[in-house]
Design a protein around this ligand. Structure first.
Ligand SMILES: Nc1ncnc2c1ncn2[C@@H]1O[C@H](COP(=O)(O)OP(=O)(O)OP(=O)(O)O)[C@@H](O)[C@H]1O
Ligand SMILES: [Mg+2]
Length: 161
């Protein structure tokens, strides 16, 4: 995007336990309300192509929460900044990473049972095997979550059934 810092380009799994990934996809979107449904639809199609449709529902919910948070972080920034969804699959895990240009860390907070907000990161935590965040070299931050997969990911260049 013109005038933006640009999304972090060097995504990396946050620890060595995430095996080598041969399947990867990056989607950079403007900070518009349509970014969240666009990211969900993109993930649905990519995961079908990768033969990972069995984790698509959980992945979409996580992506929806992380992208919504990223959008909330990016919109007030003085310059227009994109938000970015990065997906990677190893032989047994899907890695979801969402980048935004604000370096402030996420702050999961306790909430009352009937509270209307403060649930997004709890949903991410409940659905994912692990989640966390890091500050990439290019600025901003990445919030990531992993999902265990049971199906065999498609070989690169080969669409799933
Ligand atoms: N990408 C982010 N950048 C900066 N702060 C974040 C980000 N994601 C989450 N946070 C902080 O963590 C808090 C908790 O996030 P969480 O998604 O759990 O709740 P919420 O967004 O406030 O409400 P809800 O998701 O239920 O609508 C947020 O209120 C915000 O302060
Ligand atoms: Mg939220």
């Amino acid at each position: 995007m013109s005038g933006s810092k640009g999304a972090a380009t060097n995504y990396y799994p946050p620890d060595a336990s995430f095996g080598p990934s041969r399947l990867a996809s990056t989607l950079e979107l403007g900070p518009l309300l349509t970014a969240v449904p666009c990211a969900r639809l993109h993930a649905k199609l990519i995961l079908k192509e990768w033969n990972l449709a069995d984790v698509a529902d959980d992945a979409e919910l996580i992506i929806s929460e992380l992208m919504t948070n990223a959008l909330k972080a990016a919109r007030p920034l003085p310059e227009i900044q994109p938000i970015t969804l990065h997906l990677q699959a190893s032989h047994d895990h899907l890695m979801i990473q969402v980048w935004d240009a604000l370096s402030a860390a996420p702050a999961p907070r306790p909430h009352a049972i009937d509270a209307e907000t403060g649930r997004g990161l709890e949903i991410v935590s409940l659905l994912s095997e692990r989640w966390g965040f890091y500050h990439p070299v290019g600025g901003g931050k990445v919030i990531w979550a992993t999902l265990k997969i049971t199906a065999t990911p498609a070989a690169p260049g080969k669409a799933g059934a």
